[in-house]
Design a protein around this ligand. Sequence first.
Ligand code: NAD
Length: 428
Amino acid sequence: MAGKSFNPFEMAQAQFDKVADLINLDSGIRELLRVPLREYHFSIPVHMDDGTVKVFRGFRVQHNDARGPGKGGIRFHPQETIDTVRALATWMTWKCAVVEIPLGGSKGGVICDPHNLSLKEQEQICRGWVRQMAKNVGPINDVPAPDVMTNAQHMLWMLDEFEAIQGSKYPGFITGKPVGMGGSLGRTEATGYGLIYTLREALKVNHINVKNTTASVQGFGNVAQYAIRLYTEMGGRVTCVSCWDQADQTAYSYRKSDGIDIDVLLQITDRFGGIQKDKAKDLGYEQLPGENWLSQEVDILMPCALENQVTADNAGMINKKVKIIAEGANGPTTPDADLILENKKIYVIPDFLANAGGVTCSYFEQVQSNMNFFWVKEEVLSRLDEKMTAAFTAVNDLASKRNLYMRDAAYVIAISRVAQACKDRGWV
Ligand code: NAD
């Protein structure tokens, strides 16, 4: 989560303001898009296992739904703040718009720590969240999904509560369900694969052969693991990965110059994406400080862990050889670091484009659930590739035509589409 001085919503607004100026956005629409349309703040009482009642704070922020029903995850985190939820909801609006899926941006959360809650207590939080929100979410107005520390089980409890309240089956109410219970094949791979589809296209336009490239990756969780797998299959070589070490409460980087072996590393990785350091050292991996993933002599950097990682303080560490940064995480680069990357002429595939594979596949899950007809994995992944490639091409074309930084080009496209939808509806 964010550090004390880092406010993700201020960062989301700073990014928006920059592009609003660039495209001379009218003051009315600017005011509308700068803040969420709607916010729900509520209490969820839970009968704890020890007989007491504890009240948890829950949120849902619906940033903008001019282009379609809201879409966005629900995060359980002890340091959850309304500003984190606002920022993530705002980024969801731009993400759905840039990949041209007919959805708006939402996000939800509950201030709680699932590490210290029994499954029964977590189930009550899920059902309580839906009871508070049932009138204002649903398959045709706002579709939740998992996020940090929520998973397919939480989604099923939420679906069950929603269907009990409505008295009908609504498999399209929520995504991230298990395969066989309304989930989509390919969802697990979608964000990591989507990142590499955009990287493949970025390499093409920069006339770089993937087989001659090396990469360093921050994080070794869902996004990073599938990104590394596909990039390696395409002929690239990952020489460094980093992850959080729960025991030492710090991050480490693990380097192997002849290339990491994803299958071997996965055998010594826990479900939170933490690599066992002693076993890694036995396997010949060099253990380095956490931040060193950023200073590696590689062609490509992939921040795939969390926000606020490439900052004005550490962007100077980036090696001269680095040509491309593909952002798997949400908000890994701060606006002041962007200025440094732009000066270094590093080609950035911005987060809300690069990691949009997840929401695109969630949209496919929603479509399949509403039809109650499920596609084979190849169909899901080929549709995903098509969407990601088309979105990348549109952003890259605009960036070259107007000589824009890639993040700004992606924002110009996304903000213009949402602004147009608001105007067409007669809102502004
Ligand atoms: P995850 O929990 O599966 O993995 C996170 C990884 O980051 C773990 O390996 C963890 O050890 C590592 N990590 C945590 N703190 C770190 C630190 N300080 N330094 C180095 N490594 C650290 O999470 P994920 O699903 O892979 O998501 C990663 C990022 O991608 C997040 O920003 C998330 O919001 C974003 N994202 C995920 C999806 C998705 O579908 N999973 C979609 C869009 C965006």
